[in-house]
Ligand binder design. Structure first.
Ligand SMILES: Nc1nc2c(ncn2[C@@H]2O[C@H](COP(=O)(O)O)[C@@H](O)[C@H]2O)c(=O)[nH]1
Ligand code: MG
Length: 375
């Protein structure tokens, strides 16, 4: 079945499920808001209700009022219709996604945290000409080749050997992990052995082919403006991301935190090691989070997570804080449009799949809706 036909089937199927959900939502909202409990029962009947029922009714009414706001604003149906009508967006389960949107809007900005990958999620995968752009590690591939071709070739050889393994559809994650550890370990050793200085690495970033997705600066700054924490969870090199943000934004916003491989510098500001534990593509989860992470206090209570990723390794990103809210998983698919197996797999593990999207418009729209519901 061609991708377009599959997309059509997926949209039709999703659409049918969503229509039934919309009518259910509308019915729920009318029921909850048209006949408030206290005016529809005789006093004696009302007296029979236990305190718990009265509290529950009050909570339902309170939620119904929020729901009424959502219904009036028609926000969620509009959003879901936009998703289902966009051929470049896949959504396998609109009903679940609509329910997550609703919970996140009810929770508002104060209950929200964004956990985002960096390489090819906040940064672009390719430029307008379709040329591949750089990962944070790739900053060394490009720049070292210019300064020291023999060493530069070692970085490139590593990428050419291991990148295909990382995205190989036939190997299991368990089969890939030893190769990823070898790739990260070898490239980090090359960096430490060469004792690159901090200032040299900052220059590498200035001259690199890392490009933000369109709207990324505004997205990061709007999160900061609404006090929504942003955790950049990257298996890349966190120092490179910091230098890139400083160069593009002028400073790292207060709300932005990093979980990543960090280059350690000695007193002469020369690279002398890397932080532990190693974070590669397939261990981006709470197992690599240090127990007393500095920003935990800032995200405690933020039960609703917007997760942004581009690879299979990003779907379990979590910062290990106890919570019971939804995680809305938004996946940026950079692969071939003919690779229906990968497209199907992304659709299974991400709530929303954005195909070849060089912008953060969709993520910005979700955050704007959450912020508007908070007022
Ligand atoms: N060019 C190189 N790319 C590398 C190397 N080691 C890892 N990687 C890539 O980085 C991303 C992980 O970053 P994330 O922010 O997306 O988690 C991963 O997908 C690898 O392809 C390297 O030595 N050279
Ligand atoms: Mg990535």
């Amino acid at each position: 079945m061609s991708r377009v036909a599959r997309l059509g089937r997926c949209l039709f199927k999703s659409g049918k499920r969503f229509e039934s959900r919309q009518s259910t939502l509308r019915m729920q909202a009318e029921t909850l808001t048209d006949t408030p409990l206290s005016t529809s029962l005789e006093t004696s009947q009302f007296a029979m209700f236990k305190a718990t029922e009265i509290v529950a009714a009050a909570a339902a009414t309170a939620e119904a009022e929020c729901l009424e706001q959502l219904k009036k604003a028609d926000v969620i149906p509009q959003l879901m219709t936009g998703i289902l009508e966009n051929e470049r967006i896949l959504c396998a389960d609109p009903t679940t996604v609509a329910a997550k949107f609703r919970k996140m809007m009810l929770g508002g900005a104060g209950k929200t945290v964004v956990i985002s990958d960096f390489d090819f999620t906040l940064s672009r995968y390719a430029n307008e000409k379709g040329e591949r752009l750089s990962t944070t590690h790739g900053v060394f591939d490009d720049n070292v080749m210019r300064l020291n071709p023999e060493l530069g070739q070692k970085f490139v050889d590593l990428k050419n050997k291991y990148y295909p393994i990382e995205f190989c559809p036939k190997m299991t994650m368990e089969e890939k992990i030893p190769h990823m550890e070898k790739w990260w370990g070898t490239s980090h050793s090359l960096i430490v052995n060469e004792r690159f200085s901090k200032s040299t690495i900052e220059d590498f970033v200035r001259q690199s082919r890392i490009v933000f997705k369109d709207g990324a600066e505004d997205f990061i700054q709007s999160l900061d403006g609404h006090n929504i924490p942003l955790v950049i969870f990257s298996a890349g090199i966190g120092n490179i991301i910091e230098y890139f943000l400083e160069q593009k934004l002028g400073a790292i916003p207060r709300n932005t935190h990093f979980i990543s491989n960090m280059i350690l510098f000695d007193e002469e500001e020369k690279a002398c090691g890397f932080s532990e534990p190693l974070i590669h593509t397939f261990c981006k989860n709470s197992s690599v989070i240090q127990k007393e992470t500095s920003f935990f206090h800032e995200i405690a209570g933020r039960v609703n997570v917007i997760l942004l990723g581009d690879s299979m390794g990003d779907i379990h990103m979590d910062v290990g804080v106890e919570r019971d809210g939804p995680t809305l998983k938004i996946g940026y698919y950079n692969g071939s449009l003919d690779d229906t197996a990968s497209l199907q797999h992304y659709e299974e593990v991400y709530d929303i799949v954005l195909i070849h999207d060089p912008t953060l418009d969709f993520a910005q729209k979700i955050v704007d809706i959450i912020n508007s519901a908070s007022h």
